[in-house]
Design a protein around this ligand. Sequence first.
Ligand code: 4AD
Ligand code: MG
Length: 442
Amino acid sequence: MTKEYWIGDVNSGSHDNSEVELKGWVYRARGSNKIWFMVLRDSTGTVQCVIKRDAVGEENFESLRNALIESSVIIRGIASPTDREHGHEIQVTSGEVVGPVNPDRPFPITESAMAESDGGETEFLLDHRHLYLRTGRMTTMLKLRSTVFGAIHSYFRDRDFIEYQAPNFVAGAVEGGSTLFEVPYFGRKAYLTQSWQLYAEAAMPALERLYTMAPSFRAEKSRTRRHLTEFWHAEMEIAWASNSEVMEHGEGVVRHIARTLLDERSDELTSLERDLDLIASYADSEYPRMRYDEAIEILQGKGVEVEWGQDLDYSKEKILTADFEVPHFLTHYPRVAKPFYHRPDPDDSKYVLCHDLLAPEGYGEIIGGGERTWSEAEILERIKEENAPMEAYEFYVDVRRYGGVPHGGFGLGVDRVCTWLAGAEHIREAIPFPRDSRRVTP
Ligand code: 4AD
Ligand code: MG
């Protein structure tokens, strides 16, 4: 059953004037009772197959002509270049239907259903997500996404980071209690992890440079363009490093992702109408650093109502980043705006040594990270400040009791990075089965 021929290769001219056997799905079809034009799709592209009654015989012609959209078929014929620029066609010699589609239940995602949608956003398309995956735009997104995942792994592995896994059932919050998912756990309560970080810090004295890519969970009640309840989180932790050194890796990995997409997926980016020069500027530029206080001034200068001490939500980041040409770091947030693990700035403990990386074009935060509070006394004080239950954090304090060292790390929202680099409107467009407060199906 092995597949030997790919439509992408036919279209690049690799099989000109020779016989191929294509396996795929009917993408579109039209014609008369003498000649039938079937556009065939596989994971690498589409190509028109010309089926003539005279050439394939009565039986073949009728069965292929009756194959509805998304029927799976095998087509044999001669690949040939056409007059249209870069075009190719198959002059069909024979073919068969493998998985027919019942005429009583035609493929529900029609061109008109697609036309109504805005990047796959209608409830109808979300209900039919399992079928929507095979449409052109989504297939392109999934390819970009795979390249982004590969680029993150290669960035860290090429720099001697060790991939390390943390549990998904946990006893305490990392990013505040309000977005914790509670799970019944044999008569007790457990939570789904919001971040790998605390368990990574436990392994920091063992591995010194570590990373992961795994799902994180947040009970985000409101549905926004950039929040999922289950998202893919690329996180790193590094020993003997300052906030500034951690930021260098944040900039490094994002630039590497942009570069890898240009190298491997420029056709896909173009098909999404992405400007390749813009993506190249994300790969080549240095990312400026700005203190939180400066961002507040800029926002206030624009007449935005924002008070010192607030974390910046999406509405504010959107305004701030609309003028950015490349991603910018915001550093030194007020201590009151950030979780307990951030290290207070020794120069002014109103602030913490942290950073968010904000993507341009109005996309906003894609990375959050910083230096960690690493002395026992300081972490006990911070946990108390937050009124957090000590029990869940005993292990975290132990990491400081036994040879604490300066260290830090960050978390990057992989789906957000995909959304931004693909130029998508909504984070749901960038993940195969998006999860939000209203949807766990399909
Ligand atoms: O800023 P956050 O909450 O930071 C942390 O979780 C740290 N513990 C990470 C660390 O230092 N190891 O989340 C990190 C990133 C955000 O910048 C954002 O890109 C993404 O995770 N993120 C989400 N992406 C999609 N949906 C959500 N609900 C997200 N919440 C966070
Ligand atoms: Mg954050």
